[in-house]
Unconditional design. Structure first.
Length: 350
């Protein structure tokens, strides 16, 4: 017996690395040293920092991957993987430097996995970071046919004096919500349950398929709609800070929605009041609520509800901030303010 008999095709793995080499090279930053294929990736710190601090983050895509695998649409989940990591480190004010991915599968399917890597590369380009390396693990017997899992790891850098850690946030500051592109990459266990068992409006039957369309959501299939990639906020937010916009805090709205993630940017003895209805909630969330009979409180505690990222700015900066964001085609809304309290979020359905 040999490794191929055990289900692992070493030659296919080598061929896959060669196939993605040009893609990976397209994300290269000036600080990157060496080339793809070594045991590790090397990256210098960018010039211009007086007291550089490294900031790291890691995440996955979750059960959204199931939809990609069922529908055979693999080109966007790589963007999700990058977005979940770079948006997290952005909240500290960090500029993403490089990204590493881990891809595990039962059997290496080069065409499908190349699509995944194409998405990772697209995400790195959007975030301005280098895809410094990664690991592809073929694990027969652990994953079923056509299954794969993804994990990502990102490192960024921020000037020590520019770190956002909650200490800058003041009572009276305002919250600007930046529009999401949809569900992003959280709550997909509930999404999949609604699609599998949800109430239909056109019949007494229940459940939907990923390839069917729903009139309330336009002409795209449910698979296409729910595979819309997570928005990456790095470029406009970093540019806003560089151009002098005062930002006291940031929050990435991921699992747990607004109630769980907004308080993570606060200082001691602070809370948040949100003005419900101050931004348009995308139709996909209304459809989930109706088809799955999901209560409003559960929606807000699971999904981003149309706001994928939040900026905390001083009140005197509101008009300037909103004008700057509009000028740079960033859909943004004034949605709340910082109040005295103990880390709670008020104004949302309970």
């Amino acid at each position: 017996m040999d490794y191929r008999d055990a289900g692992v095709d070493v030659e296919a793995g080598r061929s896959f690395v060669q196939r993605i080499r040009t893609l990976v090279d397209s994300t290269r930053r000036p600080e990157v040293l060496g080339a793809l294929g070594g045991f590790s990736g090397l990256c210098e710190l960018p010039s211009g920092y007086r007291e550089p601090v490294l900031v790291s983050g890691t995440d996955g895509v979750g059960t959204k991957l199931k939809i990609a695998q069922i529908t055979q649409r693999h080109s966007t989940v790589g963007i999700d993987l990058v977005a979940m990591c770079v948006n997290d480190i952005l909240t500290s004010g960090a500029e993403p430097l490089f990204f590493l991915d881990y891809l595990a599968t039962g059997k290496l399917e080069p065409a499908a996995l190349a699509e995944v890597v194409e998405g990772i590369v697209a995400g790195c380009r959007l975030a301005g970071c280098a895809l410094l390396g990664g690991e592809t693990a073929e694990m027969p017997g652990f994953y079923g046919p056509g299954e794969y899992d993804l994990a990502g790891f990102c490192v960024g850098v921020v000037e020590k004096s520019q770190i956002l850690d909650g200490s800058q946030v003041q009572v009276g500051d305002r919250i600007i919500g930046l529009a999401s592109s949809g569900v992003h990459s959280n709550g997909f266990s509930l999404v999949r349950k609604v699609v599998a068992e949800g109430q239909r409006t056109d019949t007494t039957n229940t459940g939907y398929t990923w390839d069917e369309t729903v009139p309330a959501l336009g002409n795209h299939s449910l698979g296409e709609i729910f595979l819309t990639p997570t928005r990456i906020y790095v470029e406009p937010v970093l540019k806003a800070r560089r151009e002098g916009l005062t930002i006291h805090g940031m929050a990435h709205i991921t699992g747990g929605g607004l109630p769980e993630n907004l308080p993570r940017c606060l200082g001691p003895d602070q809370s948040i009041h949100i003005q419900e209805g101050s931004w348009p909630v995308p139709p996909v969330f209304s459809w989930l609520a109706e088809a799955g009979q999901v209560p409003a409180a559960a929606l807000y505690n699971t999904f981003n509800m149309g706001l994928g990222f939040a900026l905390v700015v001083p009140p005197q900066e509101i008009d300037r901030a909103l004008a700057w964001l509009a000028q740079h085609q960033v859909e943004a809304y004034l949605v709340g303010e910082i109040t005295s309290g103990s880390g709670s979020v008020t104004g949302l359905p309970e």
